[in-house]
Design a protein around this ligand. Sequence first.
Ligand code: NAP
Length: 485
Amino acid sequence: MPNDNIATKLLIDGELVEATGNERLPSVNPANEEIIGSSPSAGKADVERAVAAAQKAAPLWATLSVRERIKYVRAIAAGLQARADELLKIEVLDTGNTINKAWGDISSAGEALEYYAGLGLELKGETIPASANNLHITLREPYGVVGRIIPFNHPIKFAANSLAAPLMAGNCVVLKPPEQSPLSAGVLAEICREVLPRGVANIVTGLGSATGDVIVRHPAIKRIGFTGSVTTGMAIQRAAAETCVKHVSLELGGKNPMIVYPDIDPDLAAQTAVGGMNFAWAGQSCGSSSRILVHESLYDAVLKRIVERVAALRLGDPLDPQAQMGPVNSERHYERVCRYIGFGNADGAKLMAGGKRPPGKLFERGYWLQPTVFADVMPSMRIAREEIFGPVLSVFKWKDEAEAFAIANSTDYGLTASILTNDLNTALRAARAVQSGYVWINGASGHFYGTPFGGHKNSGLGNEEGIEELYSYTQNKTIHIMLKL
Ligand code: NAP
């Protein structure tokens, strides 16, 4: 595989094609700012052709037996596995995520497809004893055409996941990958073209404001699954509602607290905090524990250890298996994270580590930032309230549990939370008190297919990664059969 000039195509109606206007968007390696490839910028006409192709394919796809759809979905997983090494390299070059951890994203992509394929026969309805002389049953029916839009941080994992549940549920899909890191979805498009009937999966790269917006507003798409920021999620809800009634599910941002109780070993707390910040993705993971709330009795001990661990992280070429952190994903995002570091300094948080571009020749070009730790962060500060989505960790001090819960719940987000304590009652009390949709006790950041992942408050609507996601791509039909008893 060439590691430069990776030119992807759109997948529309089973063909790999250029955008109608022949426009392409360059892809930049965030580690050195070199252009490594490009992807078509799909316009309105392209999205409309993709939707039309999906509409045409939908009736046959929906009436295939579940067992046949399982075979097709598994064939995508097998295709990913066959090209895993190539995908891994593309993903690392295109995102800056470190190769060691990006490998997990590639396997997770296959796992998502296998998981939903395995759930195919769970697409069951119910029988309801609502009357004596009728048989009341429900069927789960697909929506027809589903639109999915995904962010830049785990592109191949989200792209594969975006196909898995909707396809198994009998829908056809129009997927928009992220503009900043679209290249791995180009490989997925090639695989889908080989293994799926025409029009069942359509992959259209391009800008959110153009390609994405056309998907959101298209009247034939009645179901949208979006993963991204709160701002875009809200814009999508508004835009979708302007066209027609749509079912929109949202997996959005987080400002996730980790509450460290006094009975926890400070070494373990620091290790879990640094692990939970997902520095291997430069902190760019929605579930990252970006707010560490430490009881005053071990605040100094935990802070010292966090700073030591963060300072020891090995920044380096993301393709180097020894690298523990790469650059942030794009120039625009780099500038955003730098702005937030500025807000932290200006608001009086104590900069304990990082905060700058790392020294050294390797880091002169590219979107490199040192892993950064702020201490003595107060809930009113901007870095405490707003998602930075970068390698910036904020440490807070608390005295009593009520204060810890108040800080934990003081943002509009509610995605994940971590509770570190050796006491089961305390752990469960805290898990119930935090306003988050996904809670780890004595852990952080792990995802487990089969368990529903999703945000409370402004962090989202709906759940993914469990059977709920499969069901969310179906709509109920209730049928009453008059019995002649
Ligand atoms: P983003 O700016 O919201 O973009 C997400 C996707 O939406 C991109 O494909 C983007 O296109 C597209 N888009 C932008 N504006 C649009 C519009 N008006 N209509 C339709 N589509 C539009 O998010 P991001 O910066 O890529 O990703 C980071 C965010 O995602 C963070 O907030 C993070 O927490 C969140 N996230 C959440 C989860 C979760 O599971 N809860 C998982 C991962 C990430 P472009 O490619 O042009 O930007």
